[in-house]
Design a binder for this molecule. Structure first.
Ligand SMILES: O=C(NCCO)c1cc(-c2ccc(F)cc2)cc(O)c1O
Ligand SMILES: [Mg+2]
Length: 214
């Protein structure tokens, strides 16, 4: 049978990017997805917002929910200070297999731990498996109906601390209405909406930044 969209994206990276150069990997994916074949990466427009929030937080430990092909994983890991770590969780093995190769092509494998499996099962194991005390930054970009249960799980597992920043993709498209209600109505979060567009399109989408108040 033929190749998959993630496999074609990986080929585009291997053909057009420079090994060990994260910026060229990001550009190669954005070019491919804008001009050849759309894919659900956070993209270049929302990616600039992700970069700015990340630079502001400068996390020592970061968590990504929803790796897909590793585009945002590379965007985040390239900006981490030496010694800082990113853990990224992906449920889909085919996505994870491509992501590992794209992260390695960017030369960022030493900063990233990709864990395959359901986030709901893996989050409670973070402390014991990876010696995580708490996360400084969490990027939510997985199944939109998992944003609320997994946020509650992170709270209950003591993985958030006063000041932890949550940044959620797709709060408008495909949408995460329950999540917006949850963080905007909770006294335990201070939230802010960053209006943007769905990756590689003119459709509205945005990122919601929520600071955990403890
Ligand atoms: O489902 C998503 N992510 C989790 C998958 O592992 C996702 C979907 C879309 C999207 C898809 C189809 C459409 F028509 C519009 C948006 C966009 C995204 O940024 C996403 O993260
Ligand atoms: Mg997304």
């Amino acid at each position: 049978t033929g190749s998959s969209r993630p496999q074609r994206m990986l080929k585009a990276v291997q053909k057009n990017a420079t090994k060990g150069d994260p910026k060229s990997v990001i550009s190669a994916i954005d070019y491919y997805c804008r001009h050849k074949e759309w894919a659900m990466n956070v993209g270049d427009e929302k990616g600039l917002i992700l970069d700015s929030v990340l630079t502001e937080v400068n996390p020592s430990t970061a968590l990504e929910l929803g790796t897909y092909c590793g585009y945002s994983t590379v965007r985040i890991a390239r900006l981490l200070s030496p010694g800082s770590k990113l853990i990224t969780i992906e449920f889909n093995p085919a996505f994870a297999a491509v992501a590992r190769q794209i992260i390695a092509y960017a030369g960022l494998q030493d900063k990233v731990t990709l864990v395959e499996g359901p986030s709901g099962d893996l989050i409670p194991k973070m402390k014991e498996r990876f010696g995580i005390k708490s996360f400084d930054f969490v990027f939510l970009d997985h199944w939109k109906d998992r944003y609320v249960p997994d946020t509650k799980l992170l709270e209950d597992c003591g993985l958030l601390r006063k000041g932890t920043v949550l940044l959620a993709d797709n709060v408008i498209c495909p949408g995460a209405p329950e999540y917006l209600k949850y963080v905007r109505n909770s006294p335990r979060y201070e939230s802010q909406y960053y209006k943007s567009n769905l990756e590689y399109t003119k459709v509205e989408d945005g990122l919601e930044k929520s600071v955990f108040l403890g």
